[in-house]
Design a protein around this ligand. Sequence first.
Ligand SMILES: [Fe+2]
Length: 278
Amino acid sequence: MELKITTLIENNPDEQGQLLFEHGLSLYIETAEKNILFDTGESGNFIQNAKSLNKNLNTLVYCVISHGHYDHSGGVEKLLKYVDQVPQFVVGEEFFKPKYKTIDVPGYQYNGNSFDEEFIASNQISLRKVKEETLYLTDHLIVFHHFSRYTNYEVRNRRFFIKENSKFMPDDFDDEISLGIITEKGLVVIVGCSPIAIINILKTISKRINIPIYAVIGGTHLIEADEKRIKKTISTLREMNIQLIATSHCTGEKGIRLISEEMKEQFQYNNTGNVIEI
Ligand SMILES: [Fe+2]
């Protein structure tokens, strides 16, 4: 199946400096069957970029949101106002749990969605809360959920929390979902931020589905990783024989530099406006 992925918004500007950019991620995915939006960035500015890039948001069948952090779900309300045809929203069943962090400033800072489940229901929006570990949306589109922990070097950031019964509990990111797209070259895996860690995600997927992973596109959360962890990550990507790594967002400058040095032409810097055709 032919596949085209356009980065509508991301942390880094486009080469021509004509598009908006922000801390966040939003990808417009065109397949032979359906068009999908993966994440909505922070502010809704991805809509402006979609117009500039001639990407029609009224053709979307699904809006998949990787997890309930503001930099991935922040554009939802503006998307709903903008489109005539509202896509089905696909999220992990834990998506609406209130999320916090203790990074940058002292105390618990809200880091979650700007809307709740009631808002979605009151607007009669079709919502698919994924309970399954592996869910086929179509023959070629798969949602992966509930990832296992395989590595000892991918230590999770314990400064992210969910609030449950008035208590702040460490966030295990159970809501995180990734999208798999089956192509003739293999499976293309789309990730949002990968706070569970990218190798854990890829190992889980490769154990669940008997199709080699051809490409990984999105954020890999290596921003807080030291050089040792990044190098272990790269060597595992090689072992898994992944042919294309197109990352940005929370991958961080060091992660991007090391992956691009090691993977060479197998690496693509997936900044705002970048287009990948598979
Ligand atoms: Fe993020």
